[in-house]
Design a protein around this ligand. Sequence first.
Ligand SMILES: Cc1cc2nc3c(=O)[nH]c(=O)nc-3n(C[C@H](O)[C@H](O)[C@H](O)COP(=O)(O)O)c2cc1C
Length: 224
Amino acid sequence: MMKIMHVDASAKRERSNSRALSRFFIERLREEGVELDVDYLDVTVDTPPHVSEAFAIATYTPEHERTAAMRAALADSDVLCRRLLEADALVFAMPMYNWSMPSAFKAFVDSVTRTGVTYVNTADGRIEGQLGRQKVLFITSRGADLRPGTPFSSMDALTPALKAAFGFLGVADPAFVDAQPLQFSNQEARAEALERARAELSTVAAAWAKWATSVDMQREAMTF
Ligand SMILES: Cc1cc2nc3c(=O)[nH]c(=O)nc-3n(C[C@H](O)[C@H](O)[C@H](O)COP(=O)(O)O)c2cc1C
């Protein structure tokens, strides 16, 4: 059984490409025979709050010094962090908005980046991200084509932002499937972009299925 956290972040619903692609990926995983326990979060519906002053102070106050009010300010974030830490795999789907991530997803990042929870300061002064165990896939949809060699390639502030934010939490080697161009192009190029993305998602699904089997086998071996 693979526990997977599936997060969508597009403002669009039925018409959303990133939502369609993340659904496609989950279906592909099931078709690969992976048993899934899906924890779904739509950050456009359950949007974590902006960082407040109370949160900013409480998050850097050592746990044993926190007042009841400080603990309350962190309670929702604690729950979100727990959901991430309990998952075996994370699928984050989002459109590019103004060259970076949608603000609802940024609010999610701000909620789950927690000292002493999703990253810890070690006694010897290092920072240790706690999401090293999780498989991670980012599915992004873009109106323009930002692949290397295109005029917009230098404008991609989304990929590095996601790599940095989750790299800090211990995610070393996330998969990226970027569907592009989906808007600022002709119909044929859009269809090709979606087809390319689906093919890439199928490849990732096959790799995760293999990994899931080996993890299940290890678990079984440990129970004997
Ligand atoms: C507010 C807004 C800002 C956008 N900014 C960009 C952008 O900076 N670069 C880009 O390539 N596409 C941009 N787009 C286009 C979307 O990324 C593209 O249509 C994508 O496929 C939307 O994904 P969705 O169908 O899941 O909503 C923007 C779209 C919207 C609505």
